[in-house]
Design a protein around this ligand. Structure first.
Ligand code: ATP
Length: 491
């Protein structure tokens, strides 16, 4: 079904999309509505401009969301840039010379095909409609080809059911803006629709200053903007989002092997952040689906709960020398590389692994969301909601909780809290309000892996209770060993 119909507040459960294998459907506590509700309730993600009634499809990361998101970005940077000798970073501007987007092909090609319903005026992505209703991937097809497919299938409007869809037509997704104080005389440029292009544009400067030799890569994390026809599904498809992108430059003959190596690295990343293997798969693009610049593309897809099913999480493309060749042509600058061992001069080829930050956050939350049926202290049936986030990405790595708000306990607890801050350098929560059961539940809901509780016994044995989020099991641990315990669990 088209994404316009999938409102995060009212996700229905129609037939599973054809891309989802029926066998891989274990019961799952997570649904988009539950995660959206938890995100608002616990301060992960708020509706944008909330007190003004909101602005459709804009979302703001709250206090815990920003921690989760920063953990993802820092882990990614550490993994793919700082820990590799063959990678360097870049942090370029959002605004670039308008010629950049002519050279890159975005002005002409960065279009989504849309169809309208003449009866109810709903608007859909033609390719998504075909994908959802007919199970065909049609990424690379022209509007004429899409129109022909739609006409042959005689699809009804998914909203009103009338067979009154228009022909498919192209819609450029770049946000335009003008430079200069007077709009009429200003130069039109665009908010970047991807972070990749700045890496090609700065290729010469990076080569001259970083002393890297092929193969090497450049990484960037930053905002990108797309005027999506059908934004939605919470933070899955946004107008403004963040990307973590790598352009990996290789000798032309090294492209295929580098592609495979990057696919393996991307899979390793999924394991590193703790996404469940059965919720991830690799989908190879058909030749006719390939973008104008790509000789091979795979998507890493995630199995979203409910009607969404399998959808793109990340992409990996072999962009050949398309971008450097185009920027060389449009800028007039020589962007070739001189290969000392062979004495040859050529344009490097490029392998591009691209990761969406917001989709990572969303999949982490959906993957981690769980509910357990329990009984409360009064013997009443109760549901424990928890986020089984990997400690590497969890906003708080631990919480320090004095059993009661009594000075003799809070003094020891505050002391432990300060020690953890100093000796582990990670974010730890401190909470002394409310009953201990409620405090545990609160930490479960925000994904805190460990709680350290200071009680009256602590005053005698200099030990705390460690409670595990996933099992709720508790054991005693010497106060002095708590920092090393936490460091060990995060390693
Ligand atoms: P889709 O087919 O879902 O529109 P795409 O193939 O256009 O995605 P890319 O251009 O390959 O996406 O962008 C790289 C990554 O950026 C995607 O894999 C995704 O994680 C993220 N991304 C792309 N568009 C959006 C968006 N509108 N909102 C949030 N993340 C996005």
């Amino acid at each position: 079904m088209p994404e316009t119909e999938i409102k995060t507040e009212t996700v229905q459960s129609p037939d599973a999309p054809p891309t989802a294998p029926p066998s891989a459907a274990p019961t799952r506590a997570a649904s988009m509505e539950k995660v959206v509700a938890l995100c608002k309730r616990r301060g992960f993600v708020f509706p944008g401009s909330d007190i003004y009634g909101g602005l459709a499809n804009t979302w703001d990361y709250g206090p815990l969301g920003v921690e989760l998101k920063n953990n993802v970005k820092q882990l990614w940077w550490r993994t793919f840039v700082q820990r590799r000798r063959d990678m360097v970073g870049l942090d370029a501007g959002i605004l670039m010379h308008p010629r950049v987007w002519e050279a890159s092909g975005h002005v002409v090609n960065f279009n989504d095909p849309l169809v309208d319903c003449r009866t109810c005026k709903s608007r859909f992505r033609a390719d998504h409609l075909i994908e959802e209703k007919l199970g065909r991937h049609v990424d690379g097809k022209s509007p004429e080809e899409l129109t022909a497919i739609l006409a042959e299938a005689n699809l009804p409007c998914p909203n009103c059911g009338n067979r009154t869809l228009t022909d498919a037509r192209q819609f450029n997704m770049m946000f335009r803006t003008t430079l200069g104080p007077v709009e009429e005389t200003g130069t039109v440029t665009y908010l970047r629709p991807e972070t990749a292009q700045a890496i090609f544009v700065q290729f010469k400067n990076i080569m001259a200053t970083s002393r890297q030799k092929l193969p090497f890569g450049v990484a960037q994390i930053g905002k990108a903007f797309r005027n999506e026809i059908t934004p939605g599904n919470f933070i899955f498809r946004l107008l403004e989002f963040e990307q973590m992108e790598i352009e990996y430059f290789v000798r032309p003959e090294e492209g295929a092997a580098a592609f495979d190596a990057w696919l393996a690295s991307m899979r390793a990343w999924l394991a590193l952040i703790g996404l469940r293997e059965e919720h991830c798969r690799v989908r190879e693009h058909d030749p006719e689906e390939l973008s104008h610049y790509s000789s091979r593309t795979v998507d890493i897809e995630y199995r979203f709960p409910g009607p969404m099913g399998w959808k793109e999480l990340y992409g990996l493309a072999n962009r050949t020398d398309f971008d450097l060749a185009r920027h060389q042509e449009y800028s007039g600058e020589d962007l070739t590389y001189f290969d000392q061992p062979t004495g040859q001069r050529f344009l490097p080829h490029v392998i591009e692994p691209t990761f969406g930050v917001d989709r990572t956050v969303l999949t982490l939350l959906l993957d981690a969301y769980d509910e357990e049926q329990t009984v409360d202290v009064n013997g009443k049936a109760d549901t424990r909601v928890l986020l089984r986030l990997h400690p590497r990405v969890a906003p708080y790595k631990a919480a320090v909780l004095p059993l009661m708000r009594k000075p003799e306990l809070t003094e020891v607890a505050r002391d432990l809290f300060a020690r953890l801050e100093d000796e582990t350098g990670v974010l730890v929560d401190y909470d002394e309000t409310g009953n201990i059961g409620k405090r545990y539940r609160r930490q479960d809901e925000v994904g805190t892996p460990f709680c350290f509780t200071v009680d009256y016994e602590t005053l005698e044995d200099r030990a705390v209770t460690v409670r595990d989020r996933d099992t709720t099991e508790q054991h005693r641990l010497a106060l002095d060993e708590v920092p090393a315990f936490l460091r060990g669990r995060l390693a």
